[in-house]
Design a protein around this ligand. Structure first.
Ligand SMILES: Cc1ncc(COP(=O)(O)O)c(C=O)c1O
Length: 309
């Protein structure tokens, strides 16, 4: 199946979308990216883009931080993405990668006096953390605070921090890293937000714990409240709370909801997937595939012809 990209203002085969070696963002990490899921619904022969609008709104906030101006509105970027995915014609779960970047072929560390550009491509992609239960470790790498590099923006240069943490974890035999804030509170995974279940409530670090305001995180908070009557406390989380939680899971566009069985060699709960995690995982997988009418507004159908069962 050929893949396409929207690059330099037009749709081109992915293989033809090439950047010059002097492009600013390659050298200085001066780009903002997003990750959007396209979820395949086999019964309806449809792909649903999940919360595409919120992803582009977040991209815009990142562009504001990096002084990037795009000539398209959020709605136009959503339309470009739908057209791209439709053109690719995939019939499986996929991942869409938009990138807003400093596109001048010019060296020199700065954000000003540079041209801005935007690209997006789609590719088939199954679950990112491909295991039933993840084994995690607290990383020796900390998240930066907002005055170092704002973690609220998905700035490509920032992700060296995440890559250091991820590779350290994998080289030490774990699946994922859990990073702490500069002052030692729990922040997030290298590509996911983190939730604990304690005394029947969800607990998750707040925005000021150097986290990305995850769209899956906000989805889970809503589903827990609306569908399970489970409240979420957004508050500072101590490291040792990770060890004593009843349940723990990671959330992200790529990773969906991934249960955590073990952190720093401590078993979480009984080491099996907990009841709250199980229910949220089930709800989430129905919602993202357009199978829950209450949340259909979050799902943008890609293909014009669709089979309704
Ligand atoms: C560092 C980080 N935290 C959290 C998330 C989860 O965010 P979302 O649920 O919007 O994908 C991501 C993924 O985008 C991420 O890269």
């Amino acid at each position: 199946m050929p893949s396409y990209a929207f690059f330099h203002n037009e749709f081109v085969p992915l293989a033809d979308a090439r950047m010059g070696i002097m492009t600013h963002c390659i050298h200085y990490g001066t780009a903002v990216f997003e990750g959007i899921r396209g979820n395949w619904n086999g019964d309806r022969k449809q792909i649903y883009l999940f919360r595409a609008k919120e992803h582009y709104q977040r991209l815009y906030r990142g562009c504001q931080v990096l002084n990037i101006q795009l000539p398209w509105s959020v709605d136009e970027l959503c339309r470009i993405t739908v057209e791209l995915v439709e053109k690719c014609g995939f019939e499986e779960d996929l991942y869409v990668r938009p990138l807003a970047y400093k596109g001048s072929e010019s060296l020199g560390v700065r954000l000003h006096n540079l041209e801005d550009d935007f690209l997006v491509f789609a590719m088939p992609w199954g679950p990112y953390l491909d295991m039933d239960k993840a084994r995690c470790a607290v990383s020796s790498w900390r998240r930066p605070d907002d005055n170092v590099i704002p973690p609220q923006a998905k700035i490509t240069g920032l992700y060296v921090n995440n890559a250091l943490a991820k590779t350290e974890a994998v080289h030490n035999g774990y699946d994922e890293a859990i990073m702490l804030t500069p002052t030692g509170y729990v922040s997030e995974g290298s590509g996911e937000n983190i939730f604990l279940v304690t005394n029947g409530r969800l607990v998750t670090p707040p925005i000021y714990s150097s986290i990305l305001a995850g769209i899956t995180r906000s989805t889970v908070i809503t589903l827990a409240q609306e569908e399970l009557g489970v409240e979420t406390m957004e508050r500072l989380v101590d490291r040792s709370e990770l060890y004593t939680a009843d349940e723990c899971f990671l959330t992200g566009t790529a990773a969906h909801i991934t249960p955590v069985a073990e952190i720093d060699h401590r078993r979480i709960g009984n080491g099996e997937v907990g009841e709250v995690t199980k229910k949220l995982k089930q709800l989430y997988s129905e919602v993202i595939r357009g199978n829950n009418p209450k949340y259909l507004d979050w799902c943008t159908p890609v293909y014009k012809k669709q089979t309704v069962k």
